[in-house]
Design a protein around this ligand. Sequence first.
Ligand code: NOJ
Ligand code: CA
Length: 570
Amino acid sequence: MEQFKKRIVYQIWPRSFKDSNEDGIGDLRGILSKLDYIRDLGADTIWLSPIYATGNKDFGYDIDDYYRINPEYGTMEDFDDLLMEVKKRGMELVMDLVANHTSDQHVWFQKALKDRNSPYRDYYIFRKGRTGKKGESLPPNNWLSAFGGSAWQKDENSDEYYLTMFTPNQCDLNWENPKVREGIHDIMRFWLDKGVLGFRMDVINTIAKREGLPPAGKGKKLDFPFEHIVSLPKSHEYIREMHEKVLSNYPHVFTVGEGMVTSMEDLIRYTDPDEKKLNMMFQFDLHLIGCGPLGKFDFRKGYLWSVKEMKEIIFNWQLQVQEGGGWLGNFMSNHDQPRQVSRFGDDGPFRRKSAKALALLNMTLRGTPFLYQGEEIGMTNCPFEKEEWKDFEAINDYKVLQEMMHLPKFAAEKVIQKMTRDHARTPVQWSGKEYAGFSAVEPWIKVNPNYTYINVEDELKKENSLIRFYKEIISLRRQSSALQDGYIIPVNREHPHVISYKRIYNEESLLMVINLSGRNTEISLEEVMTSDWACELGTYEMRSFEPILSLHPYEALVFRKIKSLDKISK
Ligand code: NOJ
Ligand code: CA
């Protein structure tokens, strides 16, 4: 079995993980001080969201220099120490590779901007503007940025514009240019040679843009150019080349692709081992449940969804990726998503119970599980005032919702409050002390006021704690080939509130039964009665198997097959 299937990844968003020098900002020494905690949870791989020099317009995803550490986070020496300490504990480090764009402060872009004839001009996507009816200068096309507004910025020193698909200071690289590709390959080699295990690759399926940059959608209003930037054949070629020239030289390298609206077919083509590209990829359909076609701030479906829909999304991906020979990275939350108990569970009375159910789900699906800082204590969304928002996406989309979608202020605010990435970025709640034990001074972003009763210190002391449950389910996964690499087979797929499935690998067979609703329910498990099942783990208590099983709200169970009854009766 490939090593990447066995890994359990813990994602750190460094700015909000742990502050070591009392400036209110998380840092590398802070991470170092918590390595034992991560190891004790049972994770063996740490993915660090970007820690490179940055102007923080997109909190690290706007990179000024890929070879320097953000001074707010520490020095290269701190990084080397961190890496050594990670390895000492038998863990590995995965870096974030942001290869679709650099920041506008990156030396390549600065050179491109200064001199139109510089070879660096062709590292980016500069184009002439159009002239409007009244002679005014218009961007080259109608492409909408992922964060709202035109994707083009005017270069004031020429009559050209440059493409920025995210914040206006994240400048899209021109992957057509072999020098750009070599530049990125060099960055990768630098970090791999230092000893990191691999990369999480940011929006890696949008690195190629359609030749001629044709208008998006109907071509009139601003529109997101899905059809011209997502998974073009050239993206596949570039990743294959990256594999050949870099990744294949590092035998155990770990790669996970992050992509925008990745289709099933593309995900399989990126991750099928025969394709020689990536180990695995994320999919976002689950996270976009209840959202309209334009993404998380597209409120037109009212954020309404049912457990049945959630199940169907999960099974659909699980089964088709299995069938196609691909591999998923599974996650319930990350730095771009609301907190999972608030989004998919219950952040009120059933907070701990629903968090356990979601953890059990994430740890037992087919694919490599990722957990995100704070989810192991059931951190929730945060009640922000508008003035407390930090994220560019939220602040900009607040305007866009009013201007483009004609929402009144209060409604726009409600939409942002529901989905803002800031929820995921409040400081990790380490204790009930002031500032949640994250820092001794006021942090750069609001601390969720519920730190007084949701925090690591208290959680560790509790019997039946969420952390303890995480340790148990992780440890079960570590010992189970069925969970790491087994087939998945849905059980009672029609049930409206319970997701149930088997995972099977050779002789080992596990059955998961998870009530994803906040009400009591019953499920018929008659279709698996050909075997005898023993309870292995439960979120309320250990239960004996019954053909009609009644479940408490958010109750989740794992059963292990002890013998097949059909064989005995023969
Ligand atoms: C995806 C990252 O996860 C997100 O945080 C970032 O804003 C965009 N890519 C652009 O880099
Ligand atoms: Ca600090």
